[in-house]
Ligand binder design. Structure first.
Ligand code: NAD
Ligand code: MG
Length: 419
């Protein structure tokens, strides 16, 4: 593969990265967590706590939760703590007074956190806001454990090119992509036929179109299997999460879109599958607990003990599968169209979805309005031929900005119009 310093194939199971001696100084892994107070951040912290000092913490960041960021920074002995909200600088400084921990606030401080001398950075901020810090981390040529899928959806080519140019190693944290990473190790690129991303189907898997249209915030936030942040939980309910994951896989593994399939698997035990030319299908399984893929990335290329429940297939009895339904879940149709359109379409899709999810959580649009807002924004910005492919981060963020504004202007119309 051209873009990452890791070969996904063949050696991935034996875990021999191309630059092992450089990326894995014997015995010491120095960790920075961007988005330490979030769901993925906390799971990473949990693994660090259990590791008996194997990992040293360099920097931690959060959006606005000063108390939690200060508590974690003291407990884990971070050298730098950054809060995104500039107005909270003094609060964080006060909370860390006497600790010797350096403090920063604002966007620049998040980038500074990413630039600190860690050799393993967890990119777990949510949304396109995570792009600049993740780019900064990749620019240092170390390991970036990438949870922030929006970063790849917003600027996939730009990010992967930047990582490759700086010899960074991008490890997929997202459970499906982590599964694919593990399964790819069983073969060689020339024998890969396709990958299959599994999807739980979310809380509305068996709901009718009408029920989905009018679903409440409370219903949409009740994910059957996974406990996650609010944005991704709503994305799971609309299946925009899987749509974003198709784009994520497209960039991470450099596949054609027709090599990426989606399979609904309500139990979330099989996380991803890879089919090779001889029709062997290699899958990765585990209880639905993000600490498993995070542990895989944290110790990679080694393995550490994971705290997830041990898989008991006999107790589970059966695993079931269904074809995804692009009619009830238009996200699955829209993502294929966006990839087909190419250029800035995925960036626009991601930005419009972020605006739509926030508007739904604010009860400004119905659940069914999320996909309609994304489609209307794509229609206005891309199908009319106004948005070219982003060539760099500034470009991607400019498209992201314009798409957010466009989506915001379309909001009132979507709010009024039922399906
Ligand atoms: P979360 O909302 O629980 O946490 C997000 C973290 O980022 C928090 O620490 C928050 O303070 C910080 N943050 C949010 N907005 C910010 C901003 N504008 N500036 C600076 N910091 C900001 O989210 P999460 O569920 O942990 O997800 C994080 C990322 O990982 C997302 O991209 C998500 O798609 C991806 N992911 C999550 C899961 C999961 O199980 N939670 C699984 C796969 C992928
Ligand atoms: Mg996932």
């Amino acid at each position: 593969m051209a873009s990452a310093a890791v070969s996904w194939f063949g050696d991935a199971m034996n875990a021999v990265p191309l630059r092992k001696s450089e990326v894995m100084p014997q015995g010491e892994r120095v960790v920075t967590i961007l988005g330490a107070t979030g769901s993925i951040g906390q799971s990473t912290v949990d693994l660090v706590r259990r590791s008996n000092g194997r990992f040293r913490i360099e920097a931690l960041t959060a959006h606005s939760n000063v108390a939690e960021l200060a508590k974690l920074s003291r407990e884990l002995g971070a050298t730098y703590a950054a809060i995104a909200d500039e107005a909270l600088y003094q609060d964080l400084k006060d909370a860390l007074a006497g600790s010797g921990i350096e403090v920063g606030a604002g966007e620049g401080a998040l980038v500074e956190a990413a630039l600190r001398p860690a050799n393993w950075v967890m990119a777990a901020m949510s949304g396109a806001a995570g792009l600049k810090p993740a780019m900064a981390a990749a620019g240092r040529g170390q390991i970036v454990a990438l949870a922030n899928k929006e970063c790849l959806v917003c600027a996939g080519e730009v990010f992967m090119r930047h990582a490759a140019a700086n010899n960074a190693t991008v490890l997929p944290v997202d459970s499906e992509h982590n599964a694919i990473f593990q399964a790819l190790g069983a073969g060689q690129p020339e024998h890969l036929v396709r990958i299959i991303l599994t999807a739980s189907g979310g809380p509305f898997r068996t709901a009718t179109r009408e029920q989905i249209e009018t679903a409440t915030v409370e219903q949409a936030l009740k994910h059957p299997n996974w406990s996650m942040g609010r944005k991704i939980t709503i994305d799971s309910a609309t299946m925009f999460n899987k749509a974003l994951e198709i784009i994520e896989a497209f960039h991470l593994f450099e596949l054609r879109t027709d090599q990426i399939d989606v399979l609904v698997h309500p139990q979330s035990i099989i996380h991803g599958l890879v089919e090779f030319a001889d029709r062997s299908v290699v899958a990765q399984m585990g209880a639905p607990d993000m600490r498993t893929p995070i542990a895989h990335c944290l110790a990679w290329p080694e393995r550490i003990e994971g705290p997830a429940t041990q898989l008991d297939l006999a107790k589970l009895g059966q695993l079931t599968f269904e074809a995804p339904d692009p009619v009830r879940f238009p996200a699955l149709r829209l993502v294929r169209e966006a990839l087909e359109l190419g250029g800035a379409a995925p960036t626009v899709l991601n930005a419009a979805n972020e605006v739509a999810v926030a508007a739904f959580l604010d009860r400004k649009i119905p659940f069914g309005g999320i996909a309609r807002l994304v489609e209307a924004t794509l229609e206005m910005m891309v199908r009319g031929g106004t948005a070219g492919a982003p060539a760099n981060v500034e470009d991607a963020l400019a498209v992201d900005h314009t798409a957010r504004n466009t989506a915001a202007t379309l909001l009132p119309e979507i709010a009024l119009k039922a399906s």
